[in-house]
Design a protein around this ligand. Structure first.
Ligand SMILES: [Zn+2]
Length: 382
């Protein structure tokens, strides 16, 4: 089975390389914006046609020829993804990129043969700690000390700069590995939510992390501050930089935190079941709207982390659709209790069978039951 894995290295470009990286950021952005505007006026077109047009654009804007042409084509593909996501209603209409958006460009692997020898434009050498990148040549990297080489086929590389002026390269690799499915001996249902990020059918709860909440609060405060400051002033730019730093902190911390949770769950269980979408009722609570975006991002990341870890560890992962809120059905007897629409009821005794239920654990038990049916092809109760 082919699985994708990304290796992210810290990148140490020399002055000349740094200048070229910045030029490539700018040119990729220019191409992206140019064709976004072009398609706004002329309708959406196949990226194949735009890539052909790019050749002419390069003649009009000579400086485009200085940078990696593959990166420019990647901009066109990214834009096409943006439009595809928009048409599939997964995201809004593509936006123009500004100097203040994320600074990055992607370039993909091209192989060539010369005099019987094979060459590729991206190569990673972990022994000498260098990466070969198109136009840039060899750039020093750091990371993955314990590895001697990267297994698998390199697909592409993304070069980026963060708010604190550090450079990175993320190398996407396709590995062909043989994974044997485990014989399941344990199953867990997982309720993903707002009050607690994760509640498992074993009764384990993972809260929304305190540190993360603290960062979010600080971020909100700085954003308010920014809105009161004079655009472009010295203090405005200072606040803006602080905001960017916090964004990076939040991103890194969240990744680390969610990874730990996903590891714990996948290591301990063989069949893992979550809901595919959260039933809308839980978002009606206005007080909790503050945390909604935070928790939304965590929930979807966590779901994909669990899915990916299950895949590479040969475990089973199911996403179930619950058309009926899983927290309103008693996991013991199946009685549907509409009084539980009131989200303030956290614990209750089932009026039919008398079982004492914790709202979220009960929900995760229902999710487990649904997953069990999926795994063994039984009929649904919902
Ligand atoms: Zn009951």
């Amino acid at each position: 089975m082919g699985i994708y894995r990304a290796y992210k290295f810290r990148l140490y470009p020399k002055e000349k390389q740094r200048i070229l990286i910045h030029k490539t950021f700018g040119c990729s952005r220019f191409v992206y914006n140019y064709y976004l505007n072009y398609q706004k006026e002329n309708g959406v077109q196949k990226s194949f046609n735009l890539c052909k047009d790019l050749k002419e654009l390069e003649d009009d804007y000579e400086y485009l020829k200085e940078v990696d042409s593959c990166a420019l084509r990647c901009s066109i593909f990214d834009l096409e993804d943006g439009f595809n996501n928009f048409f599939a209603k997964r995201s809004g209409y593509p936006n123009f990129k500004s100097k203040f958006s994320r600074q990055s460009y992607r370039t993909s692997l091209i192989r060539s043969t010369y005099k019987g020898k094979e060459y590729s434009n991206i190569e990673v050498d972990l022994l000498t700690r260098f990466i070969k990148l198109p136009k840039l040549g060899k750039v020093k990297i750091r990371g993955y000390r314990d590895k001697e080489r990267i297994e698998g086929k390199i697909i592409n590389a993304t070069i980026s700069k963060d708010a604190t002026n550090k450079y990175y390269v993320s190398v996407l690799v396709e590995e062909d590995i043989l994974i044997e499915k485990v014989t399941p001996t344990s199953i867990v249902g997982i309720d993903l939510g707002i009050k607690d990020l994760v509640v498992t059918s074993d009764g384990i709860k993972y809260g929304n992390d305190k540190v993360l909440m603290k960062y979010e609060k600080r971020l909100k405060r700085l954003q308010r501050k920014l809105s009161r400051q004079v655009k472009g002033s010295k203090n405005y730019l200072k606040t803006k930089e602080k905001i960017a730093r916090i964004h990076t902190k939040i991103k890194n911390y969240r990744k680390h935190y969610l990874n730990n949770i996903a590891n714990e769950i996948v290591d301990e269980h063989d069949i893992i079941v979550t809901e595919s979408l959260k039933v809308a009722d839980m978002f009606k609570d206005k007080k909790k709207a503050f945390n909604k975006s935070l928790s939304d991002a965590c929930v979807s990341t966590l779901r994909s982390l669990i899915e990916w870890k299950c895949k590479i560890k040969g475990k089973f992962y199911y996403k179930i659709n619950t058309y009926y809120p899983s927290s309103q059905v008693c996991s013991s007897c199946g009685y549907k209790n509409s009084k539980l629409k009131d989200l303030s009821i956290r614990e209750y005794d089932c009026p039919k069978c008398g079982t004492h239920n914790d709202r979220d654990i009960n929900a995760s038990l229902n999710i487990l039951l649904e997953g069990l049916k999926l795994h063994y092809n039984l009929a649904s109760v919902f």
